[in-house]
Ligand binder design. Structure first.
Ligand SMILES: N[C@@H](CCC(=O)N[C@@H](CS)C(=O)NCC(=O)O)C(=O)O
Length: 215
């Protein structure tokens, strides 16, 4: 199997984190022909990263890829075997995709805008801080409370927290996790976790490369 990946993508990062945590024999490479190329577009309808190449069959969407890979395991190590707890993990991941990640997009846009729109930035930052409180509430649910083990939920959370911590200071919010101690704690834990910290470093290097290429 092969994962088409870009290091800075939070969606690809979550799959890499899962693959490393499970120590799976999945090759990780750039999209063939490059993102946006006709070669890559021909593989799936999504034309995004990540995509899993499973012996010439292609699966898009990071959460579907993790679900497919995780379906082989019954040890409950990263995702609980109990269907209810597993569904709660899935619900939290959907929250991140449908709502939390959306709150980051205006900041990405404003990063490149010249001049920046102060009103848009202010409302985007307010929305982001509100969503951080919501994200923390998900971690407080009994089925989702963080432990010393990495879960599929952490695979989704840590990459978005990387972007929160990277983007917010560029708009004057130096400590975006200050009001969410549980998220601060999970981030600190991730920085010391062998697999999570590896992915954080890969994302940072990938983003640096993209930003320097964009100049
Ligand atoms: N819902 C998708 C999102 C994937 C996604 O948006 N990937 C971005 C990189 S972060 C991408 O490939 N963008 C290229 C494009 O949209 O053309 C997933 O979870 O895999």
């Amino acid at each position: 199997m092969e994962l088409y990946d870009l290091p800075h993508s939070p969606y690809a990062a979550r799959v890499r984190m899962y693959i490393y945590a499970r120590n799976l024999a999945v090759d990780i490479s750039a999209p063939p022909g490059g993102l946006g190329s006709d070669t890559y577009k021909a593989l799936t309808v999504s034309n995004k990263v990540p995509i899993l190449n499973n012996d010439g069959a292609y699966l898009a969407e990071s959460s579907a890829i993790i679900e497919y890979l995780e379906a082989q395991f019954t040890d409950g190590a990263l995702g609980p075997a109990d269907p209810w707890a597993r569904a709660q993990q899935s619900a939290m991941t959907r929250y991140i995709d449908l709502y939390f990640a959306q709150a980051l997009f205006p900041l990405f846009q404003q990063l490149r805008a010249a001049p920046r729109d102060k009103a848009v930035v202010a409302s985007a930052l307010a929305k982001l801080l509100e969503e951080l409180l919501t994200l923390q509430r998900w971690y407080q649910l009994s089925e989702l409370q963080p432990t010393s083990a990495l879960t599929t939920v952490d695979c989704a959370v840590i990459p978005v927290l990387f972007y929160v911590r990277t983007l917010a200071p560029l708009f004057g919010v130096s400590e975006p996790l200050a009001a969410t101690p549980l998220l601060t704690e999970r981030w600190t834990w991730a920085e010391q976790h062998a697999v999570a910290s590896r992915v954080i470093e890969e994302m940072a290097a990938g983003l640096k490369a993209v930003m320097s290429g964009a100049k």
